[in-house]
Design a protein around this ligand. Structure first.
Ligand code: 5GP
Ligand code: MN
Length: 325
């Protein structure tokens, strides 16, 4: 836990503000967008000028979400009373928007990613929460605001994304208590689960076949690594978006405790890492300047794909050698 303000304090600051600009992280996911959307709708209901400022497209697998207040126009609010960063706590996770964040009269941060430092003027960062959306739920209760079906669904999507549909070890009694409160608001559980977890495009399945073809198993079967190159995408007329979720295929293999999946883009290689039950992929991501959680972490490398695969392999093997001692 890294906080210099209570949720009550943050609720008070939001209630007294007229304009609020919300910053989810780059490569926005269900938790970042769900958290932002839920809070933004609450603020709009309170008649505030509130927007969600994005950089980059919303990936297709979460395009069904409540995106009404999303914009890429940094001038939607000239000088926000509050700039609020959700589901991240560093400028590198909002590179093109960092200037705008700093321009807020007051800067807030609500997050659940492990960090040594705070971020902004007032921050509430709790690494024990499965999703930022769980913190947003508590914040909305502090604000004494109504949670309608749309807001409940945004929160539910956030929690469901970051717990892998309530599967991962971050899922707790608290997670289920919040989920049950959201059910009472009439959320479409089946619709959300089907969209999030059972709507794999055929193109993705074909791409996954290629990814599995290139998979390597390391550390006596305890780790698996694979990648998607620009060439592979070209051959299937696919985009990086279509490779989303592929890291889970590697993690789900019997005996595999740690999975790494690399995605080549024009100027960098993004690495997604997952751990199953006891290993810690945050340690590996941190070696490359990335971050996240023990069980789900990531980083960006600015070297050619083949070198990046080698570098991550080396760190994974070093990790397991250390564990073996
Ligand atoms: P994903 O693999 O889904 O992109 O990311 C897994 C987790 O690691 C998420 O919680 C995400 O926020 C975090 N993460 C991914 N890439 C980075 C990065 O470059 N820096 C930091 N600090 N966190 C990251
Ligand atoms: Mn999250």
């Amino acid at each position: 836990m890294k906080s210099n303000a209570s949720l009550k304090k943050i609720a008070g600051l939001l209630e007294n503000a007229q304009s609020v600009l919300i910053f989810p992280h780059i490569n926005v996911d269900g938790d970042a967008l769900g958290s932002a959307a839920a809070l933004c709708r609450v603020l709009r209901n309170m008649k505030k000028d509130a927007w969600i400022l994005l950089e980059g497209e919303i990936p297709s697998y979460i395009s069904f979400m409540d995106t009404e207040f999303c914009t890429e126009d940094a001038n939607c609010i000239t000088q926000p009373d509050i700039c609020l960063c959700v589901d991240c706590n560093e400028e590198s996770r909002m590179p093109k928007r960092a200037d705008k964040y700093r321009a807020g009269k007051v800067r807030l941060c609500i997050d659940h990613h492990v960090t040594e430092d705070g971020f902004g003027d007032y921050y509430y960062i709790d690494g024990d929460e499965a999703a930022t959306a769980q913190i947003i739920y508590k914040l909305i209760l502090e604000m004494d605001a109504d949670i309608d079906k749309t807001i409940a669904e945004s929160i539910y999507i956030g929690i469901s994304t970051d717990t892998g549909g309530f599967q991962y070890s971050n899922t707790s009694a608290k997670t289920h208590v919040i989920a049950s409160k959201l059910f009472e608001k009439g959320i479409d559980h089946t619709g959300i689960m089907v969209r999030l977890h059972q709507t794999v495009p055929l193109k993705t399945v074909r791409l996954q076949a290629e990814i599995l073809e290139r998979m390597e198993v390391l550390a006596d079967g305890r780790a698996a690594i694979s990648y998607v190159s620009k060439e592979m995408l070209q051959e299937l007329s696919a985009s990086l978006d279509d490779a989303e979720g592929s890291v889970d295929l590697l993690r789900n293999i019997e005996g595999v405790e740690m999975a790494a999946f690399l995605k080549e883009s024009d100027d960098s290689v993004r690495v997604s890492m997952r751990a199953k039950s006891f290993s810690d992929v945050y340690q590996i991501a941190a070696k490359f300047g990335g971050g996240g959680h023990a069980k789900a972490a990531g980083c960006t490398l600015r070297i050619p794909l083949k070198e990046a695969v080698e570098a991550v392999k080396q760190e994974i093997m070093a990790y397991w050698e250390k564990q073996g001692k």
